[in-house]
Each structure stands twice: as C-alpha cells, then as structure tokens.
Design a protein around this ligand. Structure first.
Ligand code: TXA
Ligand code: MG
Length: 313
C-alpha cells in the first residue's frame, strides 16, 4: 500500500489539493506551477485573485530558483531560520507566474521544518503553493481536524501531523526593496531578524495592506471578540448582560458561561491560541472576552494575532 505522503504527491501532480501540516499552521497545498490547480485553490479558499500565496520548498536552493535576485540578506536569514517559520519576499523569477503572485513582481518563499511537510516537499520535488487551510478571513487551522471542519470535501486529502508546534503563521520579511520591511511580525521577532542582518528592519504601517494578513478582522472567529485589560476583567464580568466566553490567564469565574485558561508563557500561548479561539467560537456565546496579554516584546506576536481577531488592526 502507498504511504499517505506518496498519495498526496500524486494528487498534487494530478492538479489536486492536499492539506498538510507545517510547524506554524496547516497549509492548503497545490502545485505552484499549475494554473488550473491554483484556480481551484483560490476558489476553495474564497480568496481574491490579486492576493499572493507563499510557495513552499524542501530546500533554500530550490526556493531561490523562484527569485531572480537573491540578496546576501536572504541567504543569511535562510541559513539561520530555514527550515523554519520565516517567509521571504523576493523579486520573482520566470518560474513564479501571475497566478501565484497575484500579479505582483515579487514572490513569497518558505522552507517549512515540519517533518511531514518536508517529506511531502521532497516527494513532490517542486514548489507547493499553500495558504493557511481555512476559508479566507477566518482563524487558521492548527490540527488536521480543524482543516476537515473548515474545508470538508473541498480538499482531496488531509495529511495528519499532530498539532502545529508554533501555532501562529510564519514571519514575513520583504527583501525585494531597498531596505528590509517586516510585513507580518509573528513567531520570529524583529529583534531576531535585526540581529542576523545587522541592519534595522522597518515594520509596515500602512492603511492599504498589500497582504490579506494586514486586513482588518482577519484571523477572526465569527463571534465578536473584545480585548480587555487585566485590571478591568473583573468589572466587565460583573456588568455582563450577555452570554460570554472568556480567554484568560486567571482562574475561571463562576459568573461566566465558558472559560478557557491560557498559559503565561508566550510561545505556549501562541501554540494554543487558534484552537482556543475556535473552541470559544462554538461555545454558543454572544461575545468573546480576552484578557489582554502583557505589553512586553515577547508578547508582540500574540498581541498582533489577538488584535486582528478583534477586527481592529
Ligand atoms: O505560516 C505560514 O506562512 C502558513 C503556512 C501554511 O506556511 N501560510 C500562510 O499563508 O499563512 P497565507 O496565504 O494564509 O498568508 C500568506 C501571507 C499573505 O498575507 C500574503 O498576502 C503574503 O503572505 N504574501 C505572499 N506573497 C507575497 C508577496 N509577494 N508580497 C507580499 N505579501 C505576500
Ligand atoms: Mg491565512
């Protein structure tokens, strides 16, 4: 009998869609060179055609063939962080067609570290385009079960790989311009990037996002979410008139219908965040209250994801 990974690679070669685990979130994969397969992927994702996708490879060497210029900074970062949760935006080569770049002159490249992703990429041997395996705008999946709930029969095969270890999306760094620009500051922080590059990294502050992760109310559950400062949580709860679900560091409060307690360590919190938001979303409450995490830099990624879940960028 063929292994699941071998079957998955065959499905990709035939133009099908395969969801697979990565260390960040599960991806919905298609052959990045196949226009028809990509059209189906965009339709299933319900993603606007001008929004680019990230292309995944098993090695930096292969990834860089999709770029027409590979600056020294890209090689340095690849050496340090690949395989791992970093996406680099570079000027595209002729291999990256409009149907994966959204018509932009750049391409997003990533080498994931999850062993199942690596095995699939080696078996398929070419680039796999993969956005997070959820419908556009909703919370990303961190387990195979999340993918099945979201996409059902729209995906030909879901590869099992356990809960994603990082739990939030890859950091995206744009190296296609004159200076490095951080588009999605997530697991790998600005400090870590600056340390390797030895130059300052700007963060994009713009009202017109070039990537959907920058849209308001992205990564959001269907139930409205509100961030509440730790000191105000008790007062908010005592004034409640609606059924709420709470995500907090502290112990459950009996006045609240549904309570999930989160770890006080940022990496562990990030790892559980999306599963927690999904759980609270199905708790039958009218609102989700989230105890705001600390303001310190270690919590920046989690704060960013939570702010977006609230619909304010
Ligand atoms: O962790 C991740 O990056 C996951 C896993 C599956 O690898 N993928 C992921 O893909 O989060 P997606 O499509 O949900 O988000 C990718 C982000 C989008 O905001 C997209 O616009 C941006 O990357 N992106 C891709 N190519 C780009 C480009 N050429 N220029 C600017 N942004 C780009
Ligand atoms: Mg996504």
């Amino acid at each position: 009998m063929k292994s699941d990974v071998a079957r998955a690679a065959e499905i990709l070669k035939a133009g099908g869609l395969v969801a697979f685990p990565t260390e960040t979130v599960y991806g919905l994969g298609a052959d990045a060179s196949n226009a028809k397969a990509m059209a189906r992927l965009y339709a299933v994702k319900r993603r606007p055609a001008d929004h680019p996708v990230i292309i995944h490879f098993d090695s930096a060497e292969k990834a860089f063939t999709w770029a027409r210029e590979v600056p020294a900074a890209a090689r340095k970062l690849a050496q340090r962080f690949w395989p791992g949760p970093l996406t680099l935006i570079l000027k595209r080569s002729a291999l990256a067609k409009d149907f994966v770049t959204g018509g932009q002159d750049t391409v997003g490249l990533r080498v994931p570290s999850h062993p199942v992703a690596q095995e699939l990429l080696r078996e398929f041997s070419k680039g796999i385009a993969a956005p997070s395996a959820n419908r556009f705008g909703l919370v990303s999946p961190t387990t195979a079960a999340h993918v099945r709930e979201d996409l059902g029969k729209d995906v030909d095969l879901v590869l099992e790989g356990g809960p994603s270890e990082v739990g939030i999306e890859s950091t995206i760094l744009d190296l296609s311009g004159a200076a490095p620009l951080l588009l999605r500051p997530v697991h790998i922080s600005r400090n870590q990037l600056e340390e390797i590059l030895g130059t300052p990294v700007r963060e994009e502050v713009s009202d017109v996002p070039r990537h959907p992760g920058g849209l308001e109310r992205h990564y959001a559950p269907r139930t409205p979410v509100r961030l509440v400062p730790a000191h105000a949580l008790d007062r908010e709860i005592s004034e409640l008139k609606e059924r709420v679900a709470v995500l907090a560091f502290s112990r459950p409060d009996e006045r609240v219908d549904y309570w999930l307690r989160m770890p006080r360590e940022p990496q562990a919190y990030a790892q559980r965040l999306y599963a927690a938001l999904r759980e609270l979303d199905t708790a039958g409450c009218e609102r989700i209250l989230v105890e705001a995490p600390p303001e310190s830099p270690e919590w920046a990624a989690v704060r960013d994801r939570l702010t977006r879940a609230c619909g304010r960028a």
